[in-house]
Design a binder for this molecule. Structure first.
Ligand code: HEM
Length: 317
């Protein structure tokens, strides 16, 4: 397969983004909108842990990532977006998966969402997005005028919100697809290629109609996945979507349009709920990358590791 090889002049210096005081401000912004809930994550507060394994693609695939040439253990956590631990599974927000493939020092940790693009491309935009959604005391809901003013001033964030409105919420975590938004740089026999990660459910993406959703309980995503796992494992294809020359690889808010090449890395199989000690408090810090994977160069990726560490510290405060 021929790929568009791209050279990246390192437009964004991740080192400059990895600043702990900035991280405190990002977590303040999340807590400001969702509240501080001791014991819970500042974002994706509601979720639960599972475990399984990664099974490599036959033939090893075209990506040169040694970790993924053999079967690996997987720990994961499914979640509902936002920082409210009691949020209903019916809420119109993203679903997430934290995923750790491998163990010890050689592992790939990722945190993916059900939306192909993220809602901000910088720390300032992340904070402004959240500030515009602080609940109005009079209504208990975000003020639509403030949300509109934010959207008008930040049109790059609108595709994220438009996607959420355009797709039916998933009927089970096992029938959702999950995306990185970021473009990683992957070693192949033809050189480095820029890719977005896609976790594609074996059963296909399946959404719920409003009528189906109406009478479901608020924890239906948890209930359903437990039931499905009771009947056997669930699987996703772990794929890399290869950037075309026209794609923006330095902004996770910008959709990639048209036809794309794919690299299939293998299968992520989830077998069981994970109730082992420590599993619920695991931090899915996306800066853990294996050999063959180079970090995204955008205005967001470098913010994440420190922010996740501050959130983890505040969980126990
Ligand atoms: C400015 C950028 C971002 C910030 C500040 C941020 C912040 C956070 C924080 C504080 C947590 C909780 C961490 C913990 O306590 O363990 C979290 C979790 C999560 N984030 Fe982000 N995030 C950012 C970008 C993203 C992006 C780009 C994605 C995916 C496209 C993403 C997906 C997730 C997911 C799935 C979780 C839940 C992981 C788990 O289950 O433990 N985040 N985020």
């Amino acid at each position: 397969m021929q790929f568009a090889l791209q050279q990246f002049p390192c437009a964004v210096r991740n080192e400059e983004l990895k600043d702990m005081s900035g991280a405190e401000e990002l977590i303040d912004a999340l807590n400001g909108t969702f509240g501080h809930h001791p014991g819970y994550r500042a974002s994706h507060a509601k979720g639960f842990s599972v475990r399984g394994r990664f099974i490599p693609a036959s033939g090893g695939g075209e990506a040169q990532i040694p970790l993924l040439q053999s079967e690996q253990q997987v720990v994961a956590r499914f979640s509902v977006g936002g920082g409210k631990p009691a949020i209903s599974d019916k809420s119109p927000t993203v679903r997430g998966i934290g995923l750790e493939i491998g163990q010890s020092s050689e592992k790939w940790t990722m945190a993916l969402i059900s939306n192909p693009v993220f809602f901000a491309n910088s720390a300032e935009q992340f904070k402004a997005f959240l500030a515009a959604r602080v609940a109005d005391p009079a209504t208990g809901a975000p003020n639509p005028t403030k949300v509109k003013a934010f959207n008008d001033a930040n049109p790059n964030t609108v595709p994220h919100q438009a996607y959420l409105k355009s797709v039916a919420p998933c009927q089970c975590y096992s029938t959702e697809q999950y995306h990185s938004g970021h473009a990683y740089h992957i070693a192949t026999s033809e050189g480095s290629v820029a890719v977005r990660i896609l976790l594609e459910p074996e059963a296909g993406r399946q959404g719920l109609s409003d009528a189906e959703m109406k009478d479901l309980p608020d924890n239906f995503l948890y209930d359903r996945l437990l039931k499905v796992l009771g009947n056997g494992p669930v699987r996703w294809a772990l794929k890399l979507i290869v950037a075309n020359e026209a794609d923006d690889t330095s902004d996770p808010t910008v959709p990639w349009d048209g036809e794309h090449g794919e690299l299939i890395l293998g299968t992520v199989q989830i077998d069981l709920p994970d109730d082992r000690a420590g599993s619920a408090s695991r931090v899915f810090d996306p800066s853990h990358l294996p050999e063959g994977v180079d970090e995204p160069r955008d205005g967001v990726f470098g913010l994440r590791s420190a922010a996740y560490a501050v959130s983890s510290a505040r969980r126990s405060a």
